[in-house]
Design a protein around this ligand. Structure first.
Ligand SMILES: NC(=O)c1ccc[n+]([C@@H]2O[C@H](COP(=O)([O-])OP(=O)(O)OC[C@H]3O[C@@H](n4cnc5c(N)ncnc54)[C@H](OP(=O)(O)O)[C@@H]3O)[C@@H](O)[C@H]2O)c1
Length: 217
């Protein structure tokens, strides 16, 4: 497994449930975690609520400072935010966990994305970054719950750069219980993002926080 010791991690939109949940687990694992927000003040508040040395700042500032940057904003704001951070994210591993989903009376469904997926949209915008797709299926509720010692799922990690996907697989495994499994090239990210709609349906029917395990690997 790739050595990720000492890597600092920024989370754009880290004031939301998913960002805070991931931040909490990485901070507990001893990493420097930087919470990003459109408001530095909101980011500092969120960082304070996480503790374990997490710090907060404006999205652009944390993106510029960190080694690895996770994008955890709603799909609606995804493209515009990344377009505004091209320079700060150049040369970095950018981890996209965005699920382009719509919701109606029948529940969640996958939205069409012109580029194929949110992750491919990120790669199209961030031509100087190494974009990896991961963490789509992990439940923010479980990440935040102090009673949950181990999060029982495989994180599918997709991308076109072997070193970058190996790094993100190792980051995923900082979360106790999680295994990082390579899930294919970025062009296959659509199904992984869309599958979240199925998991949300499962969660609603069974009152669960369902995760996936890949067998025989
Ligand atoms: N929640 C989950 O369990 C989960 C699991 C897997 C993946 N995801 C994915 O992770 C992403 C974040 O999910 P979430 O539930 O944490 O969402 P969220 O709470 O709705 O949003 C996260 C943060 O994004 C920022 N934001 C909102 N609208 C924005 C915009 N138009 N432009 C830039 N920033 C904006 C906000 O931070 P500021 O106002 O502080 O800037 C907000 O706190 C989503 O794409 C989701 O599909 C979520």
């Amino acid at each position: 497994m790739t050595d990720v010791n000492g890597l600092s991690i920024a989370i754009l939109g880290g004031t939301g449930d998913q960002g805070k949940g991931l931040a909490r687990r990485f901070a507990l694992a001893g990493h420097t975690v930087l919470i990003g927000s459109r408001s530095a003040e909101r980011a500092q508040e969120a960082a304070g609520s996480i503790g374990s040395g997490a710090r907060g700042g404006a999205n652009a500032d944390v993106a510029a400072e960190a080694d690895v940057v996770i994008v955890a904003v709603p799909y609606e704001g995804h493209k515009a935010l990344l377009e505004s951070l091209r320079a700060e994210l150049a040369g970095k591993i950018v981890v996209d966990c965005v699920n382009p989903l719509g919701f109606d009376k029948q529940g969640a469904y996958a939205l069409p994305v012109e580029e194929g997926s949110a992750a491919q949209q990120a790669a199209a915008v961030l031509t100087e970054s190494r974009v990896v797709a991961a963490f789509h299926h992990v439940s923010a509720v479980l990440l935040m719950d102090p009673a949950v010692e181990k999060v029982d799922l495989d994180v599918l990690v997709l991308g076109d750069d072997r070193e970058a996907t190996d790094t993100v697989r190792a980051l995923a495994e900082l979360i106790p219980g999680v295994r990082g499994v390579y899930g294919g090239r970025l062009r296959n990210a659509h199904q992984v993002e869309a599958l979240t709609a199925n998991l949300i349906s499962i969660n609603r029917r069974y009152k669960a926080h369902a995760g996936l395990r890949v067998t025989d690997v």
